[in-house]
Design a protein around this ligand. Structure first.
Ligand code: FES
Length: 142
């Protein structure tokens, strides 16, 4: 009966094929979100945008560079890495001056870098920021 062993082998293969898919689903959920596993804050200074686009008390998220820049009430600029300090997801949402991580819901204050909602416990990594010819340049802390 040649059909018997062949059919059961197909069944086994189908079962084996389903397992990696489930594994990938878990990995995608727990790991890096939209930015992929290599998402990182700049390792060298990057030009982000026009200085005037950030008003006092406001913030702007530069998703492509994983950086948020904010301006406090005195007019001073601050920049932070938006790689979440909980498990490394790139943060992709800014509501007002609150950054919201898509992976487990941690929230950070974009003006101070501090955690405002767990599960993260560590503040965002501060970056250096300056303006050059009216444009914002951020990079690793000096
Ligand atoms: Fe878990 Fe951001 S990686 S909340």
């Amino acid at each position: 009966m040649p059909a018997g062993p062949s059919a059961s082998r197909r069944t086994v293969l189908r079962g084996a094929a389903a397992a990696p898919v489930a594994g990938l689903g878990l990995a995608a959920c727990s790991a890096q979100g939209a930015g992929g596993p290599d998402a990182a804050a700049p390792t060298a200074p990057v030009e982000l945008g026009v200085e005037s686009e950030i008003a006092k008390g406001a913030a702007k998220l530069y998703r492509d560079h994983n950086v948020v820049v904010s301006r406090d009430r005195t007019g001073a600029l601050k920049a932070y890495s938006t790689i979440c300090t909980h498990a490394g997801c790139p943060i992709n949402k800014l509501r007002g001056t609150t950054l919201i991580c898509p992976c487990h819901g941690s929230e950070f204050d974009a003006v101070t870098g501090k955690v405002v909602q767990a599960p993260a416990t560590e503040p965002l990594t501060e970056l250096s920021v300056k303006t050059a010819h009216g444009r914002i340049v951020a990079g690793p802390a000096a």
